[in-house]
Design a protein around this ligand. Structure first.
Ligand SMILES: NC(=O)c1ccc[n+]([C@@H]2O[C@H](COP(=O)([O-])OP(=O)(O)OC[C@H]3O[C@@H](n4cnc5c(N)ncnc54)[C@H](OP(=O)(O)O)[C@@H]3O)[C@@H](O)[C@H]2O)c1
Length: 289
């Protein structure tokens, strides 16, 4: 498993981890991922998997990097501290390795949430702070809200078939040493990716390289310097396969074949602004995660 620095920190993370939203596997499946190098495990207070993750990794805690997230409804100082304590309890650990703001909350000043994160770091309850689903501008504001800690990561949807992150965010994060943690890196399931491959580029590459479709799709993502991926799999066979997406690189020709032949979605700036505006309205009426 190839490793990459987390932001500008000295911590090295595997370029393929394991996501647990909708995870229906067992503790053994989670430990298998760790044993095979996928030692970054991503969860969230809203996934309902923190307890399982905590139990599974207890025997190997020192080898696992646990990333969890606080939901936007808990971004006020008092709620954020309580949410962190609850996650620590469910995980059964004394610190969270990476604590992420799950989505922007437009009704709470970012300074309040980031200031609380600073205190959680100072108290030793959180090692690193990240965000998720933040635009480049939202990330810039979060960074400006602190001089004490660094925002080391932004977890966003990114795959061969959704390349919205390439609009602006990917470059911004590269320049500012922020790791992109690519979620839904298999497009939520391989049939989705295959449906966007009318010329069967994946089949061509599988014949040439003996790599599977999942490995090719993940390798295309992690070929970028500051990108790591967290595919979710509840199947041991798939977990092992996904770990095998690291440790090699597509040739430039193979990379451009995927780049050019797979159809992808890239939301426009206007589309993104509209979605954020809708979220802002929902949040101001108390309709939020
Ligand atoms: N921050 C956020 O807002 C956010 C939002 C969504 C997701 N996430 C995170 O990102 C993680 C992954 O995203 P996701 O669950 O949406 O989608 P995903 O990882 O793109 O796709 C998951 C699907 O792919 C299948 N799969 C995995 N490996 C496979 C393989 N080698 N061959 C064939 N099928 C394979 C899984 O089925 P099997 O289980 O059968 O293998 C599952 O149906 C989540 O679990 C979560 O941790 C974060």
């Amino acid at each position: 498993m190839q490793l990459k620095h987390l932001g500008s920190s000295s911590i090295l993370l595997p370029e393929v981890g394991l996501g647990t939203s909708g995870f229906t596997g067992t503790e053994d499946t989670l430990r298998l991922a760790v044993e095979n190098g996928a030692s970054l495990i991503d969860t969230a207070e809203i996934y309902g998997t923190e307890e399982l993750v905590g139990k599974a990794v207890r025997p190997v805690r020192d080898r696992v990097f646990i990333a969890t997230k606080v939901a936007p409804r808990n971004f006020r100082r008092r709620d954020l501290i309580a949410a962190a304590e609850n996650s620590l309890r469910r995980l059964g650990v004394n610190h969270i390795d990476l604590y992420q703001l799950h989505w922007p909350n437009y009704t709470v000043p970012i300074e309040e949430s980031i200031g609380t994160m600073e205190d959680l770091v100072a108290a030793g309850k959180v090692r690193f702070v990240g965000v998720s689903n933040f635009s480049a501008e939202e990330l810039r504001r979060a960074q400006s809200a602190t001089s004490k800690i660094r925002i080391v990561s932004n977890q966003v949807r990114y795959s061969l078939i959704d390349r919205t992150a390439e609009n602006e965010l990917l470059d911004y994060c590269r320049v500012h040493n922020v790791t992109i943690i690519a979620y839904s890196p298999l497009g939520k399931g391989l049939p989705e990716i295959r449906a966007c491959d009318p010329e069967k580029a994946l089949d061509q590459l599988t014949r040439r390289s003996q790599k599977t479709h999942a490995q090719l799709a993940l390798n295309w993502l992690i070929a970028k310097d500051n990108v790591i991926a967290i595919p979710r799999s509840s199947e041991k066979k798939h977990v092992l396969e996904n770990c095998g997406a690291s440790g090699w690189r597509l040739s430039p020709d193979e990379y451009s074949l995927l780049d050019s032949k797979i159809r992808f979605k890239q939301r426009s700036r206007t589309g993104l602004t509209l979605r954020r505006w809708k979220r802002r309205v929902d949040q101001s009426f108390g309709r939020q995660l």
